[in-house]
Design a protein around this ligand. Structure first.
Ligand SMILES: [Mn+2]
Length: 351
């Protein structure tokens, strides 16, 4: 898959140097180290010996130039700018190191460096059919892994054991790697939205929140389910139901034309009535090659949803000393609504 044409049409100048691995992958298909020089005149992967053959296989439309043995990346870029008479080059100034930028600046005396300003990320917000297919496959693997885990979870297990079983299941079912470090938080640890799985032994009467996702061709899935170990007390059941209702209300509002900040507000107002301040993060975020990308379902965000956007919807309540709960699905925006590829059940499961 090569998307350089789409990119060059939107690029203000006529040449760009890309360093973010996900952007290089999106543009050229290449997944190794190095950078990509994308211009109207040429598309070039610049890397070292270890990745040359990989670049040729993954990005056959690109030339591949080698660094190493005294040849720096900056020197290769300078040669390309000279060869194609490039006077302006946009670079990912929000990503490369200060030293790398200084190196380019020193080498490219006749070239003006400009910030790329996240143009690839902006283009990546709207997913094409191939990307949506990858996301749906990643979501399906995640749901299958969760289903398998439900048959394995039992009181006496630790959070870490739950994480290992889930990660193993996703890998065995076809995930390249976890989309992010799997979260497993039980009992009072549930009030930490991004808890690291610990040796905490999960006991009867506790909730367990699992936040995880598989990846397919670099594309992430992201889902969260909170399950009960045995019968949990009324306080926790009420919290669970409130979070689920908030999520259903938010999902109900998702369609092309809806404003991201408005969807966030629906869930937030509803949760704040019962649990003031206990829902402290945004309702959702875009998902793609990055686990967190644009658009965001966040307070005040004026982005209007359009077909091809993919967002999570993940309200939660976090009560220190008591516990927490989060339920997360994904919405793939279509012409007249959305597809939710997260099919795992949402009624409270008592294990
Ligand atoms: Mn998420």
């Amino acid at each position: 898959m090569n998307r350089c044409g789409t990119f060059l049409k939107a690029l203000p100048g006529n040449a760009s140097l890309i360093h973010r691995p996900e952007n290089i992958r999106w543009l050229t298909g290449y997944t190794g180290e190095g950078c990509a020089f994308i211009a109207n005149a040429a598309q070039v992967i610049i890397t070292d010996f270890r990745y040359v053959e990989q670049a040729q296989r993954q990005a056959p439309e690109c030339e591949c130039l080698r660094t190493g043995q005294g040849v720096t990346e900056a020197a290769v870029v300078k040669a390309l700018c000279d060869r194609y008479n490039i006077r302006k080059l946009s670079v990912e100034t929000d990503y490369i190191t200060h030293d790398a930028y200084a190196g380019l600046n020193d080498a490219l005396t006749a070239v003006e460096l400009m910030p790329l300003k996240q143009l690839p990320q902006q283009l990546r917000m709207i997913k094409d059919a191939d990307e949506i297919d990858c996301i749906r496959r990643a979501a399906a693997i995640s749901c299958q892994a969760f289903d398998r885990l439900l048959g394995q979870l039992k009181p006496g297990m630790t959070e870490k054991q739950a994480q290992i079983l889930l990660d193993f299941a996703m890998l065995e079912l076809g995930s390249e790697k976890p989309a992010f470090d799997t979260i497993a938080a039980a009992g009072v640890n549930g009030s930490l939205p991004h808890a690291t799985p610990s040796d905490h032994v999960i006991a009867e009467g506790e909730l367990l929140t699992l936040d995880f996702g598989a990846t397919v061709n670099g594309y992430c899935a992201d889902m969260t389910r909170t399950v009960a170990f045995g019968h949990v007390r009324e306080e926790l059941r009420t919290m669970y139901q409130r979070v689920l209702d908030a999520q259903l209300m938010a999902l109900d509002a998702i369609r092309p034309g809806a404003v991201c900040g408005d969807i966030d507000r629906i869930a937030r107002d509803f949760l704040d009535q019962a649990y003031p301040g206990a829902f402290g993060h945004s309702l959702g975020h875009g998902v793609g090659l990055f686990i967190h990308e644009q658009p965001r379902l966040a307070r005040g965000d004026q982005t209007v949803l359009v077909p091809g956007h993919v967002v999570t919807v993940e309200p939660g309540v976090y009560l220190p000393g008591v516990g927490g709960c989060r339920i997360e699905d994904m919405a793939i925006l279509t012409q007249d609504g959305f597809i939710n590829p997260i099919t795992a059940p949402k009624q409270l499961i008592e294990l």
